[in-house]
Design a protein around this ligand. Structure first.
Ligand code: HEM
Length: 281
């Protein structure tokens, strides 16, 4: 991780300037680490390298398994509901056409994809009990007196799967969110928690899971490995992984071959930093 910080420091210093603002140079936006290095220049005693390393580790830990797991649950659900997969593919084809790869900024324009993400997070929230909260003072929750200093766990999974809150609660029906995409829908759906200790990565997660899932749907046709449905049992782990990892067949769609040149550009960017990946964790 320190090597990654050093790499960013070299890049950051090579741009010169005082480091203020969101842009380093030539219209390039600062990375998160470069933002922190700019703060370090102003307050070196607080924004130490150790703080930056730990900050990045928290983001990696909290953001990786949750987003990857949600994508895996979503694809599993789609494989078990091929008509939903077809509808999502049609939405992407109609909106984007066949000449370019889906982009993060398209997600807001793909309401059905958003419905699929909401419905996946409803059925399989990566933080089923959110994270433990503690009451800083005495309060009343749902008619119960909660003394100060009590640990409170919110069972989001139970709220999301409660037939009192949802019709056909255990059914995968993305259509139930039509017209509600991007809205919180009260406290019935809270896969990212709520309030000031709610997930700070929510917007990033929606964009990245949407982008990843959108790419998989746009570029490949998917099929189950056999006739049986994909196993949807939950395994043991903090971010509620699948009990059985997803296995599926995929076939590149004709549109994917056209888009290969764009994917190659992405690979080159990833490779620039690839030597660091084994050392990050
Ligand atoms: C699908 C993906 C994700 C899900 C389902 C998810 C869910 C959650 C939940 C339920 C909480 C606890 C909220 C509460 O108790 O009220 C949380 C906290 C947190 N999440 Fe996420 N998260 C996701 C992605 C991310 C990403 C991408 C990042 C950052 C890159 C991130 C960073 C954090 C952090 C730092 C906290 C702790 C916040 C605090 O304690 O104040 N999460 N997340």
């Amino acid at each position: 991780m320190q090597e990654l910080v050093e790499g960013c420091r070299r890049r950051f210093n090579s741009y010169g300037g005082d480091g203020s603002g969101d842009v380093v140079a030539e219209g390039k936006t600062k990375t998160m680490i470069e933002m922190l290095l700019a703060l370090q220049a102003k307050e070196p005693d607080y924004y130490t390298d150790a703080l930056i390393r730990n900050f990045m580790m928290v983001l990696l830990t909290a953001g990786t398994d949750t987003s990857a797991g949600t994508t895996e649950w979503a694809l599993s659900l789609l494989l078990n509901h091929p008509h939903v997969l077809k509808k999502a593919q049609l939405e992407i084809d109609n909106h984007i056409g066949h000449n370019r790869l889906i982009d993060e900024s398209d997600i807001a324009e793909l309401p059905y994809l958003r419905c699929i993400m909401n419905e996946t997070l409803r059925l399989y929230p990566a933080g089923p009990l959110l994270v433990p909260h503690e009451s800083s003072e005495q309060c009343t929750v749902g008619g119960y007196r909660v003394p100060a200093g009590t640990m409170l766990l919110v069972n989001a999974w139970a709220i999301h799967n409660d037939p009192k809150n949802w019709e056909d609660a255990r059914e995968f029906k993305p259509e139930r969110f039509e017209g509600l995409e991007g809205n919180r829908d009260g406290f019935r759906l809270m896969p990212f928690g709520s309030g000031r200790r709610g997930c700070p990565g929510e917007a990033l997660a929606v964009r990245m899971v949407g982008f990843g899932l959108g790419c998989l749907i746009q570029c490949f046709d998917w099929e189950r490995v056999g006739k049986e449905l994909v196993d949807m049992n939950e395994g043991v782990g903090l971010s509620m992984p699948k009990a059985e990892p997803l296995m599926a067949y995929c076939r590149a769609r004709p549109v994917a071959t056209k888009l290969l040149s764009q994917i190659e550009t992405t690979v080159v960017i990833v490779e620039e930093y690839s030597h660091l990946w084994p050392k990050i964790l």
